[in-house]
Write a new protein. Sequence first.
Length: 161
Amino acid sequence: MIEVFDYAELEFLLCGTQDIDVNDWKRHTEYSGAFRRGGRGSNALSGKQHPVVAWFWSVVEDSLTPQERAKLFQFATGGGRVPAQGFKALQRNDGKYCAFMLEPLDPPLVQPANARGKLLQLPVSHTCFNRLDLPLYKSQKEMEEALKLVVSLDVTGFSMD
């Protein structure tokens, strides 16, 4: 049965793709806490979006290279490739479908200093659940610095919290 596929098609079906479709990612993302509630949260019906959520998608779409997007995806989900069916088919570690989620992180847990000595709030990932906790940044520039730092590090290992 698999003779009809060449090696590239078979790899795509089995492993997914490294290309990140940001619009697909947005469509299949869920929000919690302040990112979801009322006027402050992401509200698909009213079109209102929490500023941190809007900044996140702006940075992902406009400021990160395709390689940096792939590293951010890996940081947040633990996976190196998007499933062949797209973000709607993301799974958690037990094989059940689990959408990507953005959740506010307040207060921030990690605060290394950037080059100017200013404390930098970093996001926290929960790879088993495809969840990224974002600090409530004061500006898009601050978020961009933090995300670029996270994707530039070769993070290995994990901790339990």
